[in-house]
Design a binder for this molecule. Sequence first.
Ligand code: TA6
Length: 300
Amino acid sequence: MADIDSLKAKFGVSGRISFGTTIWGADVIEIRNEDCRATLALAGAQLIDWTPEGEWPVIWLPAEPRLTPGKALRGGVPVCWPWFGAHPALADAPAHGFARTAKWVLEVAKETDDGTTLVLRLDVPEGSRPDWPHGAEAWLAITAGRTLLIDLETRNTGGTPFALTEALHTYFRIGEITDTLIVGLDGSTYLDALDGFARKIAPPVTTIAGEIDRVHLGRHSPIVICDEELRRHIVVESEGSESTVVWNPWIAKSERLGDMGEDGYRRMLCVETANAFDDARVLAPGETHRIAQTVSVHPI
Ligand code: TA6
């Protein structure tokens, strides 16, 4: 983990960007500008807070976040890369790839017209990993302002093509799961992870009254999370994404996971900008691929 002091020395501590450690032990970069506050955990380059001025937090964390070595922090926006879900071949490889627990390198911290931007890089030399023999480089750019932009670019730096699956696994903060619905997936084909990944057709509006785990195939943008309790719409516009994952663990799975916190499932909903399953991307040597999401909040 990059030493916080060395980051302070390299990037300075402007009035808008600071470096520190949370009370539960995560080394973080904190942003505070006129439009929002945001926090990025250095481990896994995981955004764990984005709160526009005058709004409730938009990103969910459990009430008592818990760091477990080698395991992604529950909540925030884990970067699932360079595979989504189970490894295509190795049962003992980590679910959702290794980027979300990797040591990313902060390359840029700057102000832009849209807010404060952090850019982090993850380099995977060819042949350096038994579970991923390819050469790849990932660049993650996060711009926090009145809106939130998360942009993930992958470059094939090796000599052979590879198939990439990925997700910006966003845990959105909502008021009450049973008073929340999702608009924008109507009529899409989805794989139901709770029913052997059977292919089904999405209803006009997605509501949640139990565990839900669906991979919607095809492009869907914008998607709107309608939150009756917090009286707001969260709008997710994506680029380069042909899949959208919808997940809530509900009660029993939350207990099995053990890190969702008391009633955590009631206050979160994952809507993930992704490329998964049929929507895998194949990158030739030297080729790049970009997936991005812009999140905005609208009172109702
Ligand atoms: O994105 C949905 C999902 O694949 C679910 O199946 C569930 O496993 C969730 O991700 C969380 O995965 P994690 O490895 O973070 O516990």
